[in-house]
Design a protein around this ligand. Sequence first.
Ligand SMILES: [Cu+2]
Length: 681
Amino acid sequence: METLVNRFWKSAPKAALLLSLAAGSALQSCNKTGAGEGGGAAAGLDADAASKVYVAPGKHDELYSFLSGGFNGQVSVYGIPSGRLLKIIPVFSQFPENGYGYNEETKAMLQTSHGFIPWDDLHHPKLSRKDGMTDGRWLFVNGNNTPRVARVDLSTFETVEIMEIPNSAGNHCSPYPTNNNEYVLAGTRFSVPLDMKGGTADVSMEDYKDKFRGSISFIKVDQEKGDMELDFQVLVPGFDYDLANGGKGPSNDWVFFTTYNTEKAGTLKELGASQNDRDYLAAINWKLAAKYAAEGKAKEMPANYYHNKLDHGTHSAKSTIKKKVRYLLPEDCPGMMYLLPAPKSPHGIDVDPTGEFMVVNGKLASTLPVFSFSKMMKAIENKQFDGEKNGIPVLKYEAVLQGEVKEPGLGPLHTEFDGKGNAYSTMFVSSEVVKWSLKDLQVKDRMPVYYSPGHLMIPGGDTREPYGKYLVVMNKITKDRFLPTGPELMHSAQLIDISGDKMKMLLDFPTVAEPHYAQGIKADLIAPKSVKFFKLDENSHPQAAKKESDVSVTRKGNVVTVKMTAIRSHLTPDNIEGIQVGDTVNFHVTNLEQDWDVPHGFAVMGANNAETLIMPGATQSLKWIPKKTGVYPFYCTDFCSALHQEMQGYVRVSPKGSSVPISFSTGKKKPVPPAATASLK
Ligand SMILES: [Cu+2]
């Protein structure tokens, strides 16, 4: 593989690059379809790989890693180095496994100005930070399709907040926390014609060049609670904003964004957006932007976007609809934004741990340019400009360039750092990870990966002090790496040992849907704070029944409220009568357990949604509308005890207008409660 790559590189005419990019897998290895060895199974393999990834039964992994689920709208959590799947956290997608987005408590999380949206394309997880280091408190992620930013609480591994982003379309360039979570930044991939009322205008695509704009949202984060709030937006020229990363150390106040389609082509972008030799790296001084906004430079426009939050007391989400947004225009804010010429159609932008070097991964470029932050500051000071674009100064390429990595490989997409002066870049087309030195910009090592890598992740590789022991590379194409499973295979990730001079391949593992990016963090920053159960006496859900004697079934018109409890091994009540066809029955189930890892599930026959899974101490609600008379079983879905199979009950459904009174019991009939009697006709 390696020789093939080198040979290809030496003989490849530049024009072949575009072609092979389009083909994507020009250099992929043999394509065996049967069982047995995949292509390149032994290339770069560490002779001691097995012991390096082996985590003995009962032992814990060294690190957590959070991989985005891409088009499944979730985040999956893996142990490193074992590659064991630890959890799937639903964020933007309904999740039948635990009822997220199906039960009444979490439906509000998925509300948007477009209505209830049970899906999104989740690309980039970013851990919260303290002094430029990940702190294990929260994970921010983006929804690409219907622009949203979400926050996962890492004490419970639950999505606790989702905020819609107005004036955005394709929230790809997102989310990027500054070094102390002062702000999380989110940029648009697709520029759109803004109607300046928070929506898009009804204009012809012919007007692309003149009327389309992008936006960069500044989301303020509460330092204690993590709650987000859209402070203001910067309305930027109508380019496509692809990826971003924050500065650190000397560049702490800056965030950098790659742009493409600075040609502003409105159609056939694969050609139109590649006309100019250079696009831009946009540099924004976020601190100065915040200052301008605070000092009254921001204007206000109407908007309409949802902000959904989960309350830990009630275990329920609530939506707030926001009606305005503040914005800044770069042309009115001197010193806030500059453009640095970058190789055409760049993808990732990555800032090294010292904060001095910005690596621009130009997927169509034959070299990998490294910009210098101190040179950028000097160029700004000396006004070394190459004109301006939409009122934003363009810096001279030569003035900001530190140097170029020559012949790094084909199709560079992303770079991370080991904290020892080395950078690692993924080459999509030549299907390899390339190690190079920040000191002399020379390539030091190459590792073939299978196949066509997108992002790569070194735990803490985007922070001040990376944990330079492992590298996880996330590949776009799997082909023959695993046993065939029909036309679609799981995506694959590979774990590489980067502790020595040479990279060593340790492990392949399948991922859930498409991991675009990942974050890794030492286990001891999260594990000790992990919540084991919710305290029942802190449960403030309005329909909670905190002991079995509190359960009830009450009718108000055609709405029946069932307050139910679950504890090993029965549901109370387990016999319910007096329900009528067409009633809306809300089962509110409280899990009375006060012990770790004892959820109970609840499902009723014919419910046209998922089960709900109730954590110890919590209350969750399932809505059910019976359509036919009869007796319907319900049961606990999560095997909880030796008598789990006995954890079941029945609801009797009578015809509409029936005289069967509401009654409920467990063990023996209880008298009909006065409230229920009163509402019976
Ligand atoms: Cu159970």
